[in-house]
Design a binder for this molecule. Structure first.
Ligand SMILES: *[C@@H]1O[C@H](CO)[C@@H](O)[C@H](O)[C@H]1NC(C)=O
Ligand SMILES: *[C@@H]1O[C@H](CO)[C@@H](O)[C@H](O)[C@H]1NC(C)=O
Ligand SMILES: CC(=O)N[C@H]1CO[C@H](CO)[C@@H](O)[C@@H]1O
Length: 468
């Protein structure tokens, strides 16, 4: 039996959670599954349909869509269901809203002549495990976070650690069951967890979702064995079986790197072509975080003072931000750094930028996709985690010694002289050891997804398991 025969005939349902950082890696996984002859239906809301265009044109016969309207929710402004617009505060509301697709999906399954034998869905959609149980099919939870961060999330919802002093945001919460016993001040814990109220219907729905993730038949994670081995071993014990499939780094199909996300205002890549090897610092805080004007000022000052070459991807204010207080590039900044650095507004081809030979350093908010992309591209990271799983990610990077701590938290600012010094240091000989380490890790990432690599083996194991 050749690899391409393994999945023949099996039909599965994929359900993404509509936020940029969640949907893209799941679509990359979908591509891998379709390549292995699995028949796939993807559930999508009308406004997110365009995100699927490249995937659907690559797999016109194996992938079909199930388009269901987003159920209404008072906390989600009308029209905000597009992956690029979802405000941070909207995450919980979106999780609740999507739960209302339970009955429409149940009907769809019952009416289908060849219904899916398994559901692969984002870990923010734990209710799909309950649905799968009712239907007598298997559910696999997809984690866009790494194994370490997932271990912390599971531990949080399973054991519900509490503070001694309910008013102290700095109180340290320790995760003794997770290897290396990570600990975080309370304010760094998941915002969804911090607003949990026992007995409250919405809170309990969210908690039940994470418990359902733990109970699911399998878990698929965008990471690779060589990166997180101790945590993978731990997680298998924690969930009580070995159907934990670590299949990353999930990256866009070859040739799709610059197309993803659409056109940008500047021609970044041709600018990079003229910028020399590994000298450029790329600055980007992800698709959700918008910096305050104060933070913008500090980053701009530091970039200017440091003398480094840079590409700064600036996210402009969206829903939930007062446009006057956020995301403003200081007046005259671009003129002052002309020739040495560029500011890009709107969408950036991040994978292509990170993979470009001239980019050597990445100031990042530590979203897991950004980390996976940077590791695969062998780029040293300067870490400034803002929220959610990003604090655990930063810890992991420091443990692996491929990240240098810059700052933490969304509501404060570093000193611009110190930041300038870090920028300067990051592209100098002083960080040679860190760069060598990230190169090694990058090679391991490439091997993992290469021929006979660990992640390819995990994908084949997943496909075989899905088809049973
Ligand atoms: C399922 O089929 C029944 C009967 O044909 C129909 O009334 C119902 O609308 C269908 N439901 C869905 C979700 O297609
Ligand atoms: C809050 O917790 C931190 C860390 O455990 C501790 O250092 C600090 O004294 C506490 N603050 C108060 C007001 O108790
Ligand atoms: C970069 C960063 O913020 N790292 C921190 C992550 O969390 C651990 C534990 O709280 C800290 O020790 C790190 O400094």
């Amino acid at each position: 039996m050749s690899i391409s025969d393994i999945g023949t005939g099996s039909h599965i349902l994929i359900i993404p959670y509509p936020a940029q950082g969640h949907i893209l890696p799941l679509l990359d996984l979908t591509h891998q599954l379709a390549t292995r002859n699995i028949l796939i239906t993807i559930l999508i809301t009308p406004k997110n349909l365009p995100t699927l265009t490249p995937l659907l044109s690559t797999h016109p016969t194996t992938i079909t869509t199930l388009i269901l309207p987003l159920p209404p929710h008072p906390s989600i402004p009308h029209g905000i269901e597009n992956v690029k617009d979802l405000p941070l505060g909207g995450f919980k509301a979106m999780m609740l809203t999507l739960g209302d697709l339970y009955n429409p999906l149940l009907n769809w399954f019952h009416n289908h002549s060849n219904p899916p034998i398994a559901i692969v869905s984002d870990f923010f959609l734990g209710w799909t495990h309950r649905l799968a149980c009712e239907l007598g099919v298997r559910r696999y939870a997809f984690s866009p976070s790494g194994v370490f961060a997932l271990s912390v999330i599971f531990s949080l919802w399973r054991y519900m650690p509490k503070r001694v002093d309910e008013t102290n945001e700095s109180e340290v919460v320790k995760f003794c069951n997770v290897p290396n016993e990570p600990e975080y001040p309370y304010w760094q814990l998941s915002p969804i967890y911090r607003v949990y109220v026992e007995g409250d219907q919405e809170s309990e729905f969210i908690r039940d979702g994470f418990l359902a993730d733990i109970e699911s038949w399998g878990i698929v994670i965008n990471s690779f064995t060589e990166l997180e081995r101790v945590y993978i071993d731990y997680l298998k014990v924690e969930v009580g079986h070995d159907r934990v499939f670590v299949v990353g780094p999930l990256l866009p199909p070859e040739g799709d790197v610059s197309g993803r996300g659409g056109p940008t205002s500047n021609d970044v890549l041709s600018w990079l072509d003229k910028s020399g090897s590994e000298k450029v610092v790329y600055v980007c805080f992800g698709s959700q975080t918008v910096l305050t004007n104060k933070q913008m000022g500090v980053v701009a000052n530091a970039l200017q003072k440091s003398g480094v070459k840079f590409v700064w991807s600036v996210k402009e204010p969206t829903v939930g931000h007062d446009a006057a207080d956020y995301g403003r590039v200081p007046t005259g900044f671009e003129e002052r750094v002309a020739g040495r650095g560029i500011v890009v507004r709107g969408w950036v081809p991040q994978v292509a930028i990170l993979s470009h030979d001239s980019v050597g350093v990445f100031l990042t908010h530590c979203g897991w996709n950004s980390i996976m992309e940077a590791v695969a591209a062998e780029v040293l990271m300067l870490t400034w985690p803002m929220s959610a799983d990003q604090f655990s990610n930063a810890t992991l990077l420091q443990e692996l010694k491929v990240g240098i701590k810059v700052w933490e938290g969304a509501n404060s600012v570093p000193d611009s002289d110190e930041l300038a010094e870090l920028f300067r240091k990051s592209v100098s000989e002083e960080t040679r050891l860190e760069r060598e380490r990230v190169k090694e890790l990058g090679k391991a990432a490439k091997e993992a997804v290469g021929e006979k690599g660990s992640s390819v083996g995990e994908l084949d194991r997943l496909v075989a398991n899905l088809s049973h």
